[in-house]
Ligand binder design. Structure first.
Ligand SMILES: [Fe+2]
Length: 350
């Protein structure tokens, strides 16, 4: 099974992309609204068919990216039925199974942090995604959103610590850079519930954490009750000048075919050396030449009255060139995917 852990540094949220290697069918767990472009790029680049976005619970500290994934890939939105949230295609309950290819996730209700918290266990019980129920050396707070330390104690004891010792634990959050643990490790070392802690130990700990309210609470909760659909359905603004695709590497790219059809609407910047510019691949007519090693110093020479498309031999240096121009304040800029090599392979006119 493909299993990728992604991180949102603003909310310290972990997102997980899981896929069946053969069929490429995939699910994403706890996607973050603002990380949509990154996560969507990874889904595309790995050639996955995203079937479901699953939120382990209705989050208070970030807005889910579930609705944006549905718009992009037609994936179905899964969340506990307990919340009664809108836009949920697959309301989940304890004992349900979410299938993707030959893999599946078993749904375990682990309430306590919120009333609808779910943990997700892989087919072979080698991994459990615990949401905010059991964290690495911690546990989700229980002081708002129908939180209940007694319920959380029972959830962790009866539904999570009963998994095999070697079962890897992947949480929804960590604030100290810890990425995973195991059930056996938490059973011994978890400072709140490990080492044979009793219910009163755990509840006494949880009720005296003295945590500040999450910063995004007022925004996140109502948005998450719509599975992350923005009010009025408006998506964050996309580049309106052309079909720019942001790669998982963070490079803004545009297809050479589109550039060929819209030459009059863009400026072409070639960042190769003068020798390459005049060499066998040739260059696009009217392309401005600023070699990549001079671009930082000469960025102001590139007119930004029209969108700028950057080209090189294969699209590597032009990707860096686009990033340099963006940093210099050029808002509408993208690298021509595949560069002059691809341009020539496609037989496009200079
Ligand atoms: Fe949470």
């Amino acid at each position: 099974m493909i299993c990728r852990q992604l991180f949102d540094p603003v909310s310290s949220t972990y997102t997980y992309l899981l896929a069946d290697e053969r069929s490429r069918e995939a699910v994403i767990i706890d996607p973050v609204f603002e990380q949509h472009a990154r996560d969507a790029a990874l889904v595309r680049e790995l050639g996955l068919k995203l079937l479901f976005s699953i939120d382990t619970h209705c989050h208070a500290d970030h807005v889910t990216g579930a609705w944006r994934m549905k718009v992009a890939f037609g994936s179905r939105i899964a969340l506990s039925s307990v919340y009664g949230a809108c836009n949920v295609d697959l309301p989940l309950s304890d004992g349900d199974v979410v299938r993707f290819g030959s893999e599946w996730l078993e749904v375990r209700a682990t309430p306590g942090h919120t009333a609808g918290c779910l943990s997700l266990v892989t087919r072979d019980q080698r991994i459990v995604f615990t949401g905010d129920a059991l964290l690495v050396r911690g546990a989700g707070r229980t002081d708002f959103q129908q939180g209940d330390a007694h319920r959380l104690f029972r959830s962790i004891r009866e539904r999570l610590l009963t998994l095999p010792d070697e079962c890897a634990l992947y949480p929804a959050h960590d604030y100290e850079g810890r990425t995973s643990s195991t059930i056996g490790e938490e059973r011994v070392h978890n400072p709140r519930i490990g080492g044979g802690a009793r219910e009163e130990d755990f509840v006494g700990y949880m009720e005296n954490l003295g945590l500040p309210h999450p910063k995004q609470l007022a925004v996140a909760l109502p948005a998450n009750m719509r599975a992350g659909e923005p009010e009025g359905g408006r998506l964050p603004s996309q580049p309106d000048w052309g079909p720019v695709v942001v790669t998982y590497a963070g490079v803004s790219e545009i297809a050479p075919e589109w550039v060929a059809q819209h030459r009059g609407e863009v400026r072409v910047l070639d960042v190769r050396s003068p020798a390459e510019y005049g060499g066998e691949l040739g260059h696009l007519e009217g392309a401005q030449l600023v070699p990549i090693d001079e671009l930082r110093a000469r960025a102001s020479e590139v007119p930004a009255d029209r969108p700028v498309v950057v080209v090189c031999q294969t699209g590597r240096r032009s990707g860096l060139g686009a990033a340099i121009l963006k940093k210099a304040g050029v808002a509408h800029v993208a690298s021509i995917a595949g560069g002059m090599v691809r341009w020539r392979e496609l037989g496009l006119p200079s």
